[in-house]
Design a protein around this ligand. Structure first.
Ligand code: G3I
Length: 342
């Protein structure tokens, strides 16, 4: 019998996983119950899933994950109130059905912005109100920074219509609806990249100076066996901690390929790659433990290699980014995360 990951790490921080509702049953559920004490919905709490039309909310799938967590004494994260993708197109249409992003008339643009922020405010309050007693940790906005876009702000429909104001609106609504006990995060990928990190820092600092209620930064941490450096990952968390913010690793996985690698190992993953992955996972968790005052939790984006977005992204190829294999057996990476404690 193998040790429980969450129990082994109990003295440091919680260990989580992203799941789909169907994984709350069967062998996957058993694996989760044994190894994690934190859950996040991989898709079913995203805007399009939970709020597909202005007057329609779908709670059923989200509720299944909440119920499973409660039955098993697990904490939850909410992902995500605002995103530029997986969001209903209805948000961005004016009352005549036109795309608000296309509007050029200044007066109409002003009215559209107001309408979008009102919709956002209602969206956030309705969802936070429903889950505030069950979910303590919330991704309020996801992936709003894009260094290549003007101002370094992602040129999403949100931004094109409302400028950066949508971010403050979302955080304020979440705090008002959820009260002081829920924790509110700004979540992004590639936060290890100094350019992106610094733009995010500048944004967050500005918002905090204006009194916008942000509690922490979610670092997705979708990495691969070749990079980025653990030093840069930790430096970013250090920087946000100096602002008084909390840091969570929100979507950890480690691809066995570099981004541009167009090979597919299929079922025959070279052993040295799995060893490389194990060593890097071990080093990463050592760094997290040594900095446990600034890392308050680690959530994997999945739990076993049979279910990962990385099988299809950026190209279709057999990936193996997690600690358990397709048969739910512990990989060398699992043992490295455990053994690095000795
Ligand atoms: O729901 C439809 C279903 O009705 C349809 O039959 C099926 C056919 O392809 O597609 C289903 O939608 C898929 C959805 O996941 C739900 O399963 C989409 O095609 C698929 O693109 C979508 O992928 C998700 C992706 O976000 C979307 O951007 C991944 O599962 C999910 O792991 C991934 O998660 C993101 C985080 O939210 C943010 N950070 C990056 C991370 C990885 O991309």
């Amino acid at each position: 019998d193998i040790p429980s990951l969450a129990e082994t790490y109990a003295e440091f921080f919680p260990i989580g996983a992203a799941i789909e509702p169907f994984q709350t049953e069967g062998l996957k559920a058993e694996l989760l119950k044994k190894h994690v004490n934190w859950l996040v919905a991989e898709n079913v709490m995203k805007p399009d899933a939970i709020h597909p039309a202005e007057d329609q909310y779908n709670w059923t799938n989200a509720d299944r994950i909440v119920a499973f967590a409660k039955e098993n004494g697990m904490e939850l994260r909410f992902h995500t109130l605002v995103w530029h993708t997986q969001v209903g197109a209805w948000f961005f249409k004016d009352p005549e059905g036109n795309l608000m992003t296309d509007e050029t008339d200044p007066a109409k643009r002003e009215a559209n912005k107001k309408l979008l922020l009102e919709r956002l405010d209602r969206h956030v309050r309705t969802i936070v109100d429903r889950y505030k007693d069950d979910i303590a940790s919330w991704d309020v906005v996801n992936e709003v920074i894009e260094p290549a876009d003007p101002d370094g702000m992602r040129a999403s429909d949100w931004y094109k219509i409302a400028g950066a104001d949508y971010i403050a609106t979302a955080f304020r609504a979440a705090r008002e609806a959820g009260g002081p006990d829920i924790k509110l995060y700004i979540n992004d990928y590639g936060t290890d990249d100094p350019k992106k990190r610094d733009r995010l820092y500048e944004l967050v600092k500005g918002l905090l100076d204006e009194g916008v209620p942000i509690d922490g930064v979610g670092h997705q941490t979708h990495i691969d066996v070749y990079g980025p450096s653990i030093e840069n990952i930790m430096a970013s968390m250090q920087k946000f901690a100096e602002l008084g913010l909390d840091n969570i690793v929100t979507e950890l996985d480690m691809s066995i390929y570099s981004w541009n690698d167009r090979r597919d190992y299929g079922a025959d993953i070279p052993e040295d790659i799995l060893t490389k992955q194990a060593d890097r996972y071990g080093e990463l968790f050592r760094a997290f433990r040594e900095n446990k005052e600034i890392v308050s939790g680690v959530v994997f984006w999945g739990i076993a290699d049979d279910h990962s977005w990385l099988d299809g992204f950026p190209v279709k190829r057999t990936n193996a980014p997690l600690l358990f294999d397709r048969q739910y057996q512990a990989k060398p990476a699992f043992w490295s995360v455990i053994d690095s404690l000795e």
